[in-house]
Design a protein around this ligand. Structure first.
Ligand SMILES: [Zn+2]
Length: 273
């Protein structure tokens, strides 16, 4: 069952395409927040399992078709791999995508670039990411002894000619601008979509669970630089709240769109209807 949610930002067409979803037990959540006491996590979840979604953003800006992250593709856990079907639900095939924008190089965002025997899932797309992200991962994979990391190094070295690299403030297409979100990874980035006075800020993995709006200081185990991730989280959530931005999160309950508000020193989340 593929889900998609269409909306517009001024005259830019957008859709959130669901790659997959899962619920996570308290044990799984405890592994992901190892510096937080289990009882605190249990209280933060309110006795319910945690919900996780993979929300890929599709943007059509003046005919340029951009897909922001590609999910697990065929390489993922059960209940993932729905992105191509969700594209189909919008009358699109993978061959229609002009640009794949990669917010960072974690598997749940990049694995779907290839399918099967290394065949390119989006054969006509060029790939864009932040330079800092490329450098972090090429360095990490080159220094690693693991067979998986060696494969990743080989795979991305082969894909290198399709890549172009950007920095914060660069434009990807008319009305689509790169936003620095470093911390989760060293070149983690989001996109600001703006048209006719309307705005959307896609903040990707600025946080992973809705309890982090109240507990911005809780470290997520896969953050490359945990302290910078906390500072970035506070700074960018503050911006979303103060500017009243429509905000999109990759991992919050589908479609992951809503508004952030300040609550004293922390924040709260108000999903769109
Ligand atoms: Zn992620």
């Amino acid at each position: 069952m593929s889900k998609s949610y269409q909306f517009t930002v001024g005259d830019i067409q957008c859709a959130v395409l669901q790659e997959g979803e899962a619920t996570k037990t308290l044990d799984r959540i405890a592994e992901r927040y190892p510096t937080v006491a289990r009882a605190e996590l249990e209280a933060a979840l309110g006795g319910k399992p945690a919900e996780d979604s993979l929300n890929c953003l599709y943007i059509n800006s003046g005919g340029t078709r951009i897909l922001v992250d590609v999910g697990f593709g065929t390489a993922g856990p059960p209940d993932c791999g729905g992105l191509v079907a969700a594209l189909g639900g919008n009358g699109l095939t993978p061959a229609d995508i002009d640009i794949v924008y990669l917010t960072h190089f974690h598997g749940d965002h990049i694995a779907g670039l290839t399918a099967g025997e290394g065949r390119l899932e989006f054969p006509n797309a060029r790939f864009i990411t932040m330079s800092a992200e490329w450098e972090e991962w090429m360095g990490r994979w080159a220094a690693s002894e693991s067979a998986d990391d060696k494969r990743q190094l080989e795979r991305f070295t082969a894909l290198r000619p399709r890549f172009s690299f950007v920095a914060a403030g660069d434009s990807v297409a008319p009305g689509v601008t790169v936003v620095d979100l470093a911390g989760h990874t060293l070149g983690h980035s989001g996109l600001l979509v703006e048209s006719q006075g309307e705005q959307l800020l896609h903040v990707v993995d600025l946080l992973h669970q809705s309890f982090q709006f109240a507990r911005t200081e809780w470290h997520f185990v896969f953050d490359s630089d945990g302290d910078t991730a906390v500072n970035t989280r506070r700074r960018v959530l503050g911006r979303c709240a103060d500017e009243g931005l429509l905000t999109l999160f990759y991992h919050l309950k589908f479609p992951g769109l809503g508004a952030v508000r300040r609550e004293g020193d922390s924040f709260s989340w108000h999903p769109s209807e």
